[in-house]
Design a protein around this ligand. Structure first.
Ligand code: EPU
Length: 439
């Protein structure tokens, strides 16, 4: 049996939705917890399969973990570690687990971590992570698909990143926490998730300065300087952007709560230019509404504070029915237009040339059977199905479950018609029966 969504489009989303904790922040905080010889408690943890995978990685190291879903909190007790190995079966499921490398090198001065390999959206190399650790004195061998790092001496140094890589910045920050002396990361990533990690590290006794700028300094501290903490992670700006899209695309009106509006400036500006209305309701809530067909704008994905690649597929859904022609340029990943063939099957008019997509808005999309190819492309198909005429079936939900907690419950609360169902049906002929069932 496989799980699928059955979505009936055309209902404007209305009401209020609570945005959860940031997946891409909390996974790194979990890895950073391994630095402390003691217990760390993290709040506002979203209920996601990626969080479960990271818990398994940490448990394999010998740390004790407790996940309380009702209070959305996780406790990680890394007083004792019994292993320095992160195995391929877990790392291959989730690239973010590679971040454990920096934490292990920092605390244990050695690590054996599977190389994550490429993924659906691109090659996603880790050469900056490795080169940075080597510059700090780690001896690194790649054997049988594993990174084997030994660093009896780990010393701070100046590191310049060719690209402001989020993962490399985080891995090197973690490695530098317990290194000797001062590490300076130049051309560092500036994402809010980097600031969250720095705040978390500083709360536990580390000395990180400059996070949020492209020049981060980490003054190494001693193991005994690090202590137990309790910390609440930031809201998920990509989940927020997804719901902003869904509300605007369905011409609805809804309040998004538990967000940091400043983290969404990139998206708010674009949506306003397209003709949606966005009002600040409180320091942590906005109201999004849209009454008529949107105008087109162009999008270029960039590292923060530019337009995020993780919302590129959402921008495409908005442009697919906007009034005019819009161009999207994807500058971070080689293969992140996986939603294009599926949107075309819904009637979208999209011409793709390498990393550019030219989208000529059509009056409406039509529901059909759709397949999620990765997390963000999958979520964009859900949004497209919500605004389309007729019903859609969405397959491969496991991609979407990696990054959106209670997705269908939140959409249902806003009045969207969506159901998850178990199916062993694979042929589109058989699906006709499913369209008429349920919703
Ligand atoms: N890159 C290299 N070498 C490296 C590292 C990166 O060439 O050593 C390249 C990558 O191939 C990519 C670009 O640099 O083309 C940016 O990669 P980055 O390292 O910044 O991305 P990441 O850390 O692997 C995180 C998020 C992604 C998000 C990117 C960019 C997590 C767990 N993942 O990935 O989120 O797209 O930053 O903002 O934090 C998602 O949530 O759906 C997702 C893919």
């Amino acid at each position: 049996m496989v799980e699928k969504y059955n979505i009936k489009g055309g209902t404007p989303l209305r009401g209020e939705v609570n945005i959860g904790g940031a997946k891409n922040a909390v996974l790194k905080l979990m890895a950073a917890s391994v630095l402390v010889k003691g217990a760390t408690k993290i709040h506002n943890v979203p209920d996601l399969t990626d969080v479960e995978i990271m818990l398994s990685v940490i448990e394999q190291l010998g740390a004790k973990t407790r996940y309380n879903r009702s209070s959305k909190s996780i406790e990680i007790d890394a007083s004792e570690l019994t292993s320095v190995t992160a195995k391929y079966d877990l790392v291959s499921k989730m690239r973010a687990s590679f971040i454990i490398l920096g934490a292990l090198v920092s605390r244990c001065r050695e690590a054996v971590v599977a190389l994550p390999g490429g993924c659906a959206i691109g090659e996603r190399r880790v050469d900056f992570h490795i080169k940075g650790l080597e510059a700090m004195g780690a001896k690194i061998k790649i054997e049988n698909g594993y990174v084997i790092a030994k660093a009896p001496k780990l010393a701070g140094c100046d590191i310049y990143l060719d690209i402001p890589s989020v993962g490399a910045t985080e891995n090197l920050m973690l490695a530098a926490v317990l290194a000797d002396g001062c590490t300076r990361i130049q051309n560092a990533a500036r994402e809010p998730e980097i600031i969250d990690l720095a705040n978390f590290l500083n709360a536990m006794g580390a000395d990180v300065i400059g996070a949020g700028t492209s020049d981060i300094t980490i003054n190494g501290v001693k193991q005994e300087d690090l202590h137990e903490i309790e910390y609440t992670t930031i809201p998920d700006r990509i989940e927020a952007g997804t719901f902003m899209t869904a509300v605007a695309a369905t011409r609805g009106k809804a309040v998004l709560k538990n967000i940091f509006p400043a983290h969404l400036t990139f998206f708010t500006n674009k949506l306003l230019k397209m003709g949606a209305n966005i009002k600040l309701i409180s320091p942590t809530a906005i109201e999004v509404s849209c009454k008529s067909r949107l105008n087109t704008v162009n999008f270029v994905t960039q590292p923060y504070p530019g337009f995020p690649t993780d919302l590129q597929s959402m921008a495409m859904v908005l442009l697919s029915t906007a009034n005019g022609v819009g161009i999207i340029t994807e500058s971070l990943y080689e293969n992140r237009f996986m939603q294009v063939p599926e949107l075309r099957r819904m009637g979208a008019d999209i011409h793709q040339d390498r990393n550019h997509a030219i989208i000529k808005g059509v009056k409406k999309l039509n529901g059909t059977t759709l397949r999620a190819s990765d997390l963000r492309a999958g979520a964009s198909l859900v949004v497209a199905a919500l605004m389309a005429e007729g019903s859609s079936i969405i397959e491969n939900l496991y991609h979407i479950d990696r990054g959106y907690e209670n997705f269908e419950q939140k959409i249902t609360l806003l009045g969207g018609k969506i159901e998850r169902f178990d199916s062993d049906i694979t042929s589109s002929e058989d699906l006709k029966g499913v369209y008429n069932a349920g919703i």
